[in-house]
Design a protein around this ligand. Structure first.
Ligand code: ZN
Length: 140
């Protein structure tokens, strides 16, 4: 195991234990999308508030494995403040990265970069993806 792997694991566990932006709000202006991953029991709901093309808030709730929970937490932190256009680009890039497809390394994924390691574990790709797929659906 390399030092980078250790650092990535630490960041994932930190988000798993102390999730950011957790819990939904009662507000009809938010858009909501829920996805379940039966293969591992992940169940994630993402809630997004868009005002004038900017993501003003992004929340998550659910349960599942550490990768799915941590990736939801990282996602919400990364997306708040971004334009919808930017957010879609980042989400597509992230999804390509974890699926081991070609992706643009110049697009800054910030902490989400730590999930690049799941490329080596095809069974976990869905775990790292579902929050991001749900997020994209909240933008539609
Ligand atoms: Zn999972």
């Amino acid at each position: 195991m390399t030092g980078l792997d250790n650092l990535y694991r630490e960041i994932i566990m930190e988000h798993y234990k102390n999730p950011r932006n957790k819990g939904l709000v009662e507000n009809q202006d938010y858009r909501l999308f829920r996805i379940k991953n039966p293969s591992c029991g992940d169940d994630i709901t993402i809630q997004t508030l868009v005002v004038d093309g900017i993501i003003k808030d992004c929340r998550h709730i659910g349960h599942g494995c550490s990768i799915s929970m941590a990736s939801a937490s990282v996602l919400t932190e990364l997306m708040i403040g971004k334009s919808v256009e930017e957010a879609e680009k980042i989400a597509d890039n992230y999804l390509n990265m974890v699926a081991n497809k070609e992706y643009d390394e110049n697009i800054d994924l910030e902490e989400a970069e730590v999930f690049s390691g799941v490329r080596q574990f095809p069974a976990r790709i869905k775990c790292a993806s579902i929050a991001w797929v749900a997020f994209k659906d909240t933008l539609k």
